[in-house]
Design a protein around this ligand. Sequence first.
Ligand code: ADP
Ligand code: MG
Length: 273
Amino acid sequence: PRAPDLRSGPRRIALANQKGGVGKTTTAINMATALSTTKRVLLLDLDPQGNASTGLGVPRTERGEGSYALLVGDRPVSDLIRPSKIPGLDLLPADNDLAGAEIEMVGMEDRERRLANALTRDAAALSRYDYLLMDCPPSLGLLTLNALVAAQSVLVPLQTEFFALEGISQMTRTVERVKRLNPELMLDGIVLTMFDRRNNLSELVARDVRSFFKDRVYDTVIPRNIRVSEAPSHGLPVLLYDVRSAGAQAYIQLAAELLRRDRARARAKATAP
Ligand code: ADP
Ligand code: MG
């Protein structure tokens, strides 16, 4: 039998936006949790801040080895994955050394492909998953670049605020540039986050973003919701902290929309000439 390759493995999605505080980590954690009810999901924490790890209940003192060991230490994926307390959701945490990874990788061979290579080397371990979500740091440095080179899709959480469209042009240019290294990469999702129904501006910004990016913008909008911001301090996704909250319900819808879009894409591919 042929060795498994990445193509037969999980759908690989990077959550990226060079701006901080826009909802990347919140979206990664909650989409992963919502998907895990029907799919097997691996969440890879690529942010030295390790918020995705903390938000899933793995505090800094308990992280051990993680994405730094993967990217710089050449450790196999299977040694670094650990179960989360959510069935169906595993975590590859950010270890405490990850902050140094960008500088250490600069001099390395294939520095933008270290993650893609690591995932390919251990494709067998990855083939157990349906989805691999990669939570990126708030920059377009080497860590994010590695995620984009290893991903099939970029999902961009976009805070529904006045400068939303300006921020995203840098992201689209980066995706175009990365396509030379990874031709299959698509920016095929923008998720509007922290939408405030009481504020007219949110409505205007959403309309602008939709008229520019059309159906690449998810129908589901994530509202600004206090329960979402409380959940991480309990080490829980909002889906477990308060499933009835507007934020949790929105993330359930978002995951369902992702699955719908992925099925539609698979169908289109199957019938393409
Ligand atoms: P990023 O990963 O892009 O830096 P985070 O997901 O960490 O952004 O979100 C930044 C902050 O905003 C966090 O404190 C988070 O709890 C809060 N937050 C994210 N989404 C929402 C939301 N829909 N409603 C309220 N607070 C939110
Ligand atoms: Mg984050």
